[in-house]
Structures are given as C-alpha cells and as structure tokens.
Design a protein around this ligand. Structure first.
Ligand SMILES: [Zn+2]
Length: 114
C-alpha cells in the first residue's frame, strides 16, 4: 500500500524534528496533498493511526489539506479550479486542457508539540 510507505517517511521526519526540538509528544500534524495525487485520505488516516502507535505522534490529530485540482484550458486561456480531473474544461467542455495543480505529493506543513 502506497500510504504505508508515505506514513513511514512522515513518521521518520516527525521523530527527527521531535528529537531536534526535544518534544515528547506531538499532538497535531498538518499535511497537504493534491486532490489527484493518488493518496486516499481514509487510507492515510488509517495508516497513520496504526503506524504512529508507540511513536511521539501516537494519538496525534491529523489534519489533511486537500489542494484543489487546477487545470489550464487552452480555449478559455485561463486556469480553472475543479473538484476532480476529468480531462475536460468545466467551463467550455473542451478537451484542450492540461492538469497544472492537484497532483502535489504529501507534504508536512506544520505540527504542534507538547
Ligand atoms: Zn475552457
């Protein structure tokens, strides 16, 4: 499962930060990823809940910001936000579009320690 390795990398990063700043417990972790990054929020939450057990982030509240899908339409000559990527422009229904946002990988934004 894709999410498991992402969460493992995330926990390694959290442990490293916690160690560096002498934090005993992380109570909140804020992440962001693109809506069409292939990351399943429910899977991510589940993996985090399981894999964080016994780490400094055990029981931490996970906040996930889903970055919107952004497409550029060559017919409308502008960038448009959409809920999902359907390879058509939501405005003119044309197919001369490219995906320019929403594919961002998982990123650690910030976290709160106790
Ligand atoms: Zn268009």
């Amino acid at each position: 499962m894709h999410e498991q390795s992402l969460v493992q990398a995330l926990l390694d990063l959290i442990e490293e930060y916690a160690g560096r700043y002498g934090a005993k417990k992380i109570c909140r972790v804020r992440l962001s990823c693109g809506r069409v990054s292939g990351i399943e929020p429910a899977c991510l939450r589940f993996a985090f809940a399981v894999q964080s057990q016994g780490t400094v982030a055990d029981g931490a509240h996970l906040e996930l910001d889903l970055l919107p899908v952004r497409i550029y339409c060559f017919a409308c000559e502008q960038e448009i936000q959409d809920e999902a990527y359907h390879a058509v422009c939501p405005r003119c229904r044309g197919s001369a579009v490219v995906l320019v946002g929403g594919t961002e990988e998982l990123k650690l934004i910030d976290m709160d320690a106790e």
